[in-house]
Design a binder for this molecule. Structure first.
Ligand code: GLC
Length: 720
């Protein structure tokens, strides 16, 4: 345990400010005699290396140790640096992208995956991960939608909190635990036009109702750090936004962790046009509570001057530095600056059977069976199977933000199918039929021939992993290239064609959906993708994923999301259709192609007997809502039983459906379960026009099924 106040008393103002600096690890690898490259880029001196508070990105435990040793040799106070990385969905053994893992509706699984990632990353020298990302998003054009946990605030909060718990555990001093940084606070997923880094203009009520809850859930779970977002929020970039950083984060939430800027976000205050110069950027960020400046030099160049001229007191600097030093102390770095980093231990963990088994299971649980006319599951007795499409033997299935994951580590579709059917003739069509994004159809003939010669076809389509992630937004979210044309040719040649989709966002697959007998969404499944796909396609695993984000029919519908208000002319009431003048389109249905919560199984689940323990709810009572679910099939399977509510009359418009509970349950063949959900007044609360989080008396509708497709409903009355 370090005596932080004693340490502070021994430090100069420059040394304290050094604790608030973070640069890329390569500034320590700049061994040239004169300062060039990265150090020059940031205006760093040798002395700065001895004052550096933390480092971003480095290759291994050995490299981290070398940097820490070099730094400590220059730091008179021997204050260890923090080492941080983006361990988003795995370190070297990669699990599905977060938007895919969210479809598991399984926070416990998300926690287990984060624990696995923490083991590999911790051994590799990582002490802080910039995870979880819980930006609320309704727009599949945005490339970073792949990092989110979907369009429901409650589910996103559960998944984000589970990641915090998985990474941090109970004690950060334990080597298998990392500090978690919740990001990007706030509203980054609401960028206008789905274009990265674009402005966000949202009402306070909508922010509080939809965009903020997941960050708060992660803070309540103990997230040790928080990262403000690049975007301007209602006119001011987040890192300098007093409403976000002071009114909410400081005054309402009393956040006590470390706030770290995003990469050069302080420098971008000049580009946004809210800071005249670097000094003003430093002032704006610091006065709004940003502690660490990532990869820019406003604090390095101007914070001392701002103290000397009286803009800030040294006590204010001390408060920020104390948070950083306390985090280092919680991690035990003053006793072990390496936090247990061990190259050999790390390499023994990478891709080990236990980790591979976990990420394969995660990929199976994240997959969503969107459509199935009965073609799936395929029989293991097949002996002639054709694999066609750009993902037939593609290794690039980890997805964006896959940290140190390597494409060559992944199990491809062809490898997975061949492993499951070792005796069968598995033909990969020459050229796979077409590539992702070209107009070349010269491979179609071979593909059609392969399809004709096969008993069944597995058509592996999608968007490349570089088409989503940071800075990779799409204005057209259909299948790139000639893939739909290939699908038409192949399905014409052999109707026993199952489509497997690889994607980082909900795609517009309307054309494909019209012709494909079966469609299995794998998202980007990670290291074990091919094995997971094979198990799902041939029934060794039973699909149980449910969409955590709406699949639109067309980009023209976007943003489209399940928890929308009714409007004064709802599109789906018959009356509206007769009136014609309804909130809909003349050239496209208004409902999505696949709704939130949708996902098929090889089992058949029958819902009946939705009951409430009392027709009246008060602020002091709790109603038990029960429903009977039966697996009316000979196949064991899992079902995510979803409970929704609707508050049809309130002082503000309320969504036509809102998820308020879910339970993922395993059923044996023929098994019947009575599933019960507690409903309390707190679950009815919403943000009203006056900015209060409140509930109001009235009728509440309760529904089971999934968005837009309810099977049963009941009414209760809430009496305040
Ligand atoms: C990136 C991302 C952020 C990430 C950071 C460090 O630009 O916006 O999510 O954690 O920089 O890599």
């Amino acid at each position: 345990m370090a005596d932080i106040q004693k340490l502070l008393a021994q430090m100069t103002l420059e040394e304290k400010i050094g604790q608030l600096m973070q640069y890329n690890g390569n500034v320590f690898m700049d061994t040239s005699a004169e300062i060039t490259g990265p150090m020059q880029q940031f205006g760093l001196t040798e002395a700065d290396l001895g004052r550096m508070g933390s480092v971003l990105n480095f290759a291994s435990a050995d490299e981290m140790k070398a940097m820490q040793d070099l730094h400590l040799s220059k730091d008179p106070h021997k204050i260890p640096m923090l080492f941080m990385m983006d361990v988003i969905h795995g370190y070297r053994t990669i699990f599905p992208i977060p938007l895919g893992l969210g479809c598991s509706f399984d926070p416990a699984l998300a926690k287990e995956c984060s624990q696995m990632a923490a083991r590999e990353a911790g051994a590799s020298g990582v002490q802080v991960t910039f995870t979880p990302m819980v930006d609320y998003c309704r727009d599949p054009r945005w490339g970073r939608v792949m990092e989110t946990c979907g369009e429901d605030p409650m589910l996103a909060g559960h998944l984000g909190a589970a990641q915090v718990e998985g990474f941090q555990g109970e004690d950060l001093k334990e080597y298998d635990h990392l500090a978690a940084c919740v990001k990007h606070y706030a509203g980054y997923g609401g960028v206008e036009a789905g274009r990265d880094y674009n402005l966000v203009e949202r009402s306070e009520r909508e922010l509080r109702e939809y965009f903020l809850p997941a960050y708060k859930a992660c803070i309540d779970a103990g997230a040790a750090l928080l990262m403000p977002s690049f975007n301007s929020m209602n006119g001011i970039p987040s890192v300098a936004n007093p409403w976000l950083m002071k009114k909410i984060l400081k005054d309402e939430w009393n956040y006590q962790g470390v706030v770290i800027s995003d990469y050069n976000a302080l420098g971008e205050l000049l580009v946004h046009g809210v800071a005249e110069n670097e000094k003003q950027a430093a002032q704006l960020a610091f006065q709004n509570g940003c502690h660490i400046e990532m990869c820019s030099s406003a604090y390095l160049h101007h914070l001392k001057e701002l103290v000397e001229e009286g803009t800030f007191s040294e006590a204010q600097i001390d408060e920020a530095v104390t948070r950083v030093l306390e985090l280092k102390d919680r991690l035990g770095l003053f006793d072990d600056p390496y936090h247990g980093a061990d190259q050999q231990k790390a390499e023994a963990l990478f891709l080990c059977p236990e980790h591979r088994e976990l990420v394969r299971r995660a990929a199976e649980e994240s997959a969503v069976l969107l459509k199935n006319n009965g073609l799936l599951p395929l029989s293991e007795d097949l002996n002639r199977v054709a694999l066609i499409g750009p993902f037939a033997q593609e290794q690039g299935i980890n997805g964006f933000w896959s940290c140190c994951g390597r494409d060559e580590d992944t199990v491809t579709m062809a490898q997975g199918i061949r492993k499951l059917l070792p005796e069968a003739e598995i033909t990969v069509a020459r050229g796979c039929g077409c590539q992702w994004d070209d107009r070349d159809t010269s491979g179609f003939e071979a593909a059609v021939q392969a399809a004709k010669n096969a008993q069944a076809v597995i058509l592996c389509l999608g968007e490349p992993q570089t088409y989503s992630g940071e800075g990779n937004c799409r204005a057209d979210i259909r299948l790139p290239g000639m893939q739909l044309e290939l699908a038409k040719a192949v399905i014409d040649a052999n109707p026993n064609t199952a489509v497997v989709l690889f994607h980082g966002r909900p795609l517009d697959i309307s054309g494909l959906d019209e012709i494909a007998p079966a469609i299995l969404s794998l998202w980007f499944p990670g290291t074990e993708g091919g094995n997971a796909a094979a198990n799902l396609l041939f029934g060794r695993a039973n699909p149980c994923g449910k969409l955590d984000m709406t699949f639109p029919r067309s980009i023209g519908q976007c943003p489209i999301y399940y928890n929308h208000p009714n409007t004064g002319r709802p599109h789906w009431t018959n009356e509206a259709k007769q009136q014609h003048f309804a909130s809909d389109y003349i050239d496209c249905p208004t409902l999505p192609l696949y709704s939130f919560g949708h996902g098929l199984s090889y089992s058949h689940f029958v819902y009946s007997d939705l009951q409430v323990s009392s027709p009246v709810l008060t602020a002091e009572t709790c109603i038990q809502v029960s429903v009977t679910v039966k697996n009316d099939s000979p196949r064991p399977g899992k079902e995510v039983v979803q409970l929704y509510m609707r508050d049809p009359v309130a002082s503000v418009v309320r969504p036509v459906q809102q998820l308020i509970g879910y339970q993922k349950l395993a059923f044996a063949p023929g098994e019947e379960k009575h599933v019960t959900f507690p409903v309390t007044e707190e679950m009815l609360r919403f943000w009203n026009f006056e900015g209060q989080h409140t509930s109001e008396p009235g009728t509440i509708q309760l529904m089971v099924g999934y968005a837009d497709h309810f099977l049963l409903s009941q009414h209760i009355e809430y009496r305040a």
